[in-house]
Design a binder for this molecule. Structure first.
Ligand SMILES: Cc1cc2nc3c(=O)[nH]c(=O)nc-3n(C[C@H](O)[C@H](O)[C@H](O)COP(=O)(O)OP(=O)(O)OC[C@H]3O[C@@H](n4cnc5c(N)ncnc54)[C@H](O)[C@@H]3O)c2cc1C
Length: 393
């Protein structure tokens, strides 16, 4: 899709494109194209490189180290980053906690944590979900009981992505059991080396260790680690979730994925011809492309609203639902194109030097995309409420 960028935006695009072409390590490109999991060190090194260039915390205000870009520039940046097969990394500190601290943190919390997030000196994980509280997050039970200058934490969090890499967790805890259940929730920062924290791994269907269950037994956390007021955790969590859902849509990465899929379909031969000449496969790729185009237009609408000063609202649910559906379709098409090569035990041979060696694990793990960050059904409930209340913005 062509849109009219201003001459300044086009100049910016050339600069960003050239930087990613010159600076993205081949090893990372390969992992991105084939859908392999990045290790912590790779993400940290890459993010420090971006920060050296001033391009890591692109969504933060200038006074906290952001580059001061317009929403259009941020969009162009993401497009060029993905087109270069450069990873987005997964920094919950940069994408989620940073904006929360900027909006709700004390001056001391901002001074202590924001620079360390930027330099990837701390690794943050998200402690929201519990065994009995996922979609119905407000039912969470992990208790924070006041005791002098500390809270004493007891309970358990589950599905905690990269808790085993984390130095810190931003956590929703229950500080009161009276009134509406949302009103008793607080937002607390917890150092992961505090006595009484135990992390147990959960290996997912792709055979990788992304997830964990975290147990808290009489863990003492100082009250200065509370973000916002006691009982304000639910509002903070909702603020954070709109940021999370908008970023999960992954338009730029799906565009790059589609381009890589097309290239592979031209290279791979099926029945003596390039696979891309198979009408059934072409139709499926075209459908994915149309869905992606619709998603991109929706993303533009959200960008335009953001540029006009509106925070992303229920539109982020639309982006999340549509975006993750496209991601799943593309991973299915990878497996279809790979055919026998998608099986991990298959001899990969010369073709694409193992281009599809990770197609099946990636396909399997991408099923989770319509669960994490709020399940598909829950997003659709949000959208239905918006429509009943008078339609989209
Ligand atoms: C790969 C992965 C990574 C994750 N990372 C993190 C993390 O880092 N930190 C964290 O806190 N959590 C994380 N999660 C947890 C995630 O947020 C929850 O899995 C999600 O919110 C769903 O909750 P649940 O698993 O308890 O399912 P449930 O809430 O029990 O839902 C089960 C099913 O019921 C449906 N359902 C539930 N309520 C409704 C309703 N009202 N209307 C219609 N249908 C409904 C759901 O859509 C789903 O299909 C992660 C999950 C995954 C899979």
């Amino acid at each position: 899709m062509d849109i009219d960028f201003s001459p300044q935006d086009l100049e910016f695009q050339r600069e960003v494109r050239a930087w990613f072409q010159a600076n993205t390590p081949e090893s990372l490109k390969r992992k991105v194209i084939t859908g392999q999991m990045l290790q912590k060190d790779e993400i940290v090194q890459w993010q420090r490189k971006l920060d050296d260039r001033g391009w890591l915390v692109t969504g933060w205000p200038k006074e906290y180290g952001g580059p001061g870009w317009t929403p259009t520039q941020r969009y162009i940046f993401d497009l060029e980053r993905a087109a270069a097969n450069a990873p987005v990394g997964l920094s919950m500190g940069v994408i989620m906690l940073g904006p929360v601290l900027i909006a709700f943190g004390t001056p001391e919390q901002k001074a202590q944590y924001l620079p360390r997030i930027r330099r990837c000196e701390d690794w943050w994980c998200q402690g929201y979900s519990e065994p009995g509280a996922g979609s119905d997050l407000a039912s969470l039970k992990t208790a924070a009981v006041s005791d002098g200058d500390d809270y004493v934490i007891n309970g358990s969090k589950i599905w905690t992505t990269y808790a085993h890499w984390a130095t810190h967790m931003f956590c929703l805890v229950r500080t009161a059991n009276t009134g509406k259940k949302q009103e008793g929730i607080s937002f607390l920062l917890i150092e992961m080396d505090r006595p009484g924290i135990e992390i147990r791994p959960i290996v997912s269907i792709d055979g990788e260790h992304h997830l964990n269950q975290v147990f808290f037994t009489d863990v003492r956390v100082p009250k200065r680690n509370l973000v916002g007021r006691e009982g304000q955790g639910w509002d903070i969590a909702k603020y954070l979730l709109t940021h999370e859902r908008t970023s999960i849509a992954g338009v730029a990465d799906s565009k790059a994925h589609l381009a890589n899929l097309r290239a592979a379909a031209s290279e791979r031969r099926s029945g003596g011809r390039p696979a891309i000449e198979d009408p059934a496969l072409r139709l499926k790729i075209a459908r994915a492309e149309i869905d992606l185009m619709a998603l991109e237009y929706t993303n533009f609408r959200v960008l335009a609203a953001t540029a006009a000063g509106k925070a992303p609202g229920p539109e982020s649910s639309l982006l999340k639902t549509m975006g993750t559906a496209v991601q799943q379709t593309l991973s299915e098409l990878d497996v279809e194109l790979a055919a026998e090569l998608a099986w991990p035990w298959h001899e990969q041979g010369e073709f694409g030097q193992g281009r599809f060696a990770h197609a099946m694990p990636r396909y399997c793990f991408s099923r989770a995309a319509t669960i994490y960050g709020g399940s598909d059904e829950v997003q659709k409930n949000v959208l239905a409420k918006m429509l009943l209340a008078g339609g989209a913005h």
